[in-house]
Ligand binder design. Structure first.
Ligand SMILES: NC(=O)c1ccc[n+]([C@@H]2O[C@H](COP(=O)([O-])OP(=O)(O)OC[C@H]3O[C@@H](n4cnc5c(N)ncnc54)[C@H](OP(=O)(O)O)[C@@H]3O)[C@@H](O)[C@H]2O)c1
Length: 285
């Protein structure tokens, strides 16, 4: 990989990719909505045609899951039409594309980790539009890496930061205890993406940290690592009414394709959290 074009470069994953690539000999073209609106095909064609990257990493998305329910047209444009535009331009100009997707393409009704080939059945607008994005990329080019990740946190708004803020504002926090998945740092996801690009094997991947937990246990671990004494109490999804979009109850992903390729493993989720808490100065020292 000599030249990489990153869309949505100011998001969590975009920033982590920059952290990893900044001292390498890879040339980075950073773009975000102000310089490359992925929904606008004419602009996508012009920028990709001018820059001629080897690899496009699409980090742009409409990630506000609840907002997508009421902002369907924008969700469709950003999560489905945008990836399609990028994949068409990739095909036209000879680039390969990394499209990042989500565990929300699955229903979450199962009770064992999902592998890449399992049946998809999204329950939310966010999940539906991200799935449409996957399909549009696959239809436009064969040179794709589709990477489904989950419960992402990095340099941006995320669950870890929300929990730390609430810990300073409240005496008690209630957190959903019957939804299961795997917290994944954007740095670990970025490392995984660079690894699979290096390997050069196209296809659909799951890319989450190892292990699994509930949001409640995740919150408790954040408080433990941050040294916060706030009381964390479990609540069931049925009791909790604060979200609009339906979330998968069980969306643990198995990195089957990645783990079959060699010795590379993504970090255990608690270990990745420790790295993040240290990097961002949140850890209790
Ligand atoms: N966050 C999660 O928990 C999670 C879970 C599973 C999968 N994922 C997937 O992982 C990927 C990275 O997520 P993230 O958390 O890093 O996202 P993020 O922090 O929300 O960043 C997304 C970036 O895309 C930009 N953007 C929005 N619309 C755009 C457009 N039309 N053209 C160009 N850029 C646009 C955003 O700009 P503005 O901020 O100005 O809108 C933002 O800089 C996404 O594909 C997401 O669907 C995320």
């Amino acid at each position: 990989m000599k030249k990489v074009l990153i869309t949505g470069c100011n998001g969590q994953l975009g920033r982590s990719l920059n952290t990893l690539l900044k001292d390498t000999d890879v040339e980075i073209v950073n773009t975000d909505v102000d310089t490359l609106n992925i929904c606008d095909y004419a602009q996508v064609d012009a920028v990709i045609g001018k820059e001629r990257p080897d690899t496009i990493i699409n980090c742009a998305a409409h990630t506000a899951v609840d907002k997508c329910e009421t902002d369907k047209e924008n969700a469709r444009l950003i999560n489905a039409v945008g990836p399609e535009n990028l994949a068409k331009a990739a095909e036209k100009y000879g680039a390969q594309i990394v499209q990042v997707s989500t565990d929300y393409v699955f229903s979450g009704d199962g009770d064992r980790p999902y592998v890449e080939t399992d049946e998809v059945s999204p329950k939310s607008v966010y999940g539906e539009t991200k799935l449409d994005g996957e399909r549009a990329v696959m239809a436009a080019t064969d040179r794709y890496f589709i990477v489904r990740t989950a419960w992402l946190y990095g340099d941006g708004n995320n669950f870890v930061k929300t929990m730390l803020r609430l810990a300073d504002e409240r005496d008690e926090i209630t957190v959903v205890s019957d939804q299961y998945g795997t917290p994944t740092s954007s740095l670990e996801l970025a490392r995984m993406i660079l690894y699979i690009i290096e390997k050069g094997e196209y296809g659909v991947y799951h890319g989450t940290c190892e292990g699994m937990t509930s949001w409640y246990e995740f919150a408790k671990e954040i408080m433990r690592q941050a040294g916060k004494g706030v009381k964390v109490s479990p609540v069931t999804t049925a009791q909790y009414t604060a979200t609009v979009a339906e979330r998968p109850m069980y969306s643990v992903l198995e990195n089957k394709k990645l783990n079959s390729m060699g010795d590379y493993r993504m970090k255990e989720w608690k270990e990745a959290l420790t790295e993040y808490m240290n990097d961002f100065g949140f850890a209790d020292r």
